[in-house]
Design a protein around this ligand. Structure first.
Ligand SMILES: [Cu+2]
Length: 227
């Protein structure tokens, strides 16, 4: 029997430099050399169609390449669901991942999807709506950046050969735990693949990356092993 495990960062701020490879945003500190205005950020975006730009509160430029299929597809789903809900609900409007917001702390960000009440939107003059919207959305949706994908959520008990593949951009480790660690795929560099042989009896198993902080970022999932 075999299950595949993929330790990955599925996407929003990443892009495919090769089909399997994703990269993080490039952060370029501009201030105090350059203090980019919202208009200049928009102009930069229109000159570079292939890239997404955001500005941090500290005046650093975050440059992101376009998303791969997984991220784009997930993002389309989020935007579609939010848009349909907002149309039915009626008290607000939805923006997609290319919408820029100028936040009170000075940052200019584009969340994966955002929703704003009509009442707040009405306070913004029409001309300003073509620019980064000078308000913080009432709520935003961001795709989770860190994950462990299992090819199955439920398997019969038995002896397994797990193919573990790191399709992320950071090194990862995979622990399979019940109360204790039952098996481990040590350190996998980005793009690397390993095989773990393990016998799983019926019960619930927890798959985590034990590197500090990674589980909290979402690198955990569970597997139910049936009798
Ligand atoms: Cu990790």
């Amino acid at each position: 029997m075999a299950i595949t495990v993929r330790a990955k960062r599925p996407i929003r701020t990443q892009s495919a430099s090769t089909p399997d490879e994703v990269t993080s945003p490039i952060i370029l500190q501009l201030r105090p050399v350059i203090d980019l205005t919202p208009d200049q950020l928009l102009e930069l975006s229109s000159l570079n169609d292939d890239l997404r730009f955001e500005l941090t509160a500290e005046g650093a430029l975050s440059i992101m390449a376009p998303t791969g299929w997984d991220g784009g597809h997930q993002n389309a789903g989020i935007t579609a669901q939010l848009w349909m809900w907002a149309e039915q609900e009626g008290s607000g409007a939805t923006g997609d991942s290319s919408t820029l917001f100028k936040l009170p702390n000075g940052a200019i960000r584009s969340p994966d999807a955002a929703w704003i009440t009509n009442a707040r939107l009405a306070t913004i003059p029409a001309a300003q709506r073509r620019k980064p919207l000078p308000l913080c959305p009432d709520f935003v949706v961001e795709l989770r950046e860190w994950a462990i994908d299992l090819s199955a959520a439920e398997v019969p008990s038995g002896r397994f050969r797990l193919t573990v593949r790191n399709v992320g951009e950071k090194p990862h480790v995979l622990n399979i735990e019940q109360e204790l660690v039952v098996a481990r795929q040590p350190w996998l560099a980005p793009g690397e693949q390993g095989v773990v042989e393990v016998t799983l009896l019926s019960g619930n198993y927890h798959f985590i990356c034990p590197i500090a902080g990674h589980e909290a970022y979402g690198m955990e999932t569970s597997l139910t092993v049936l009798n």
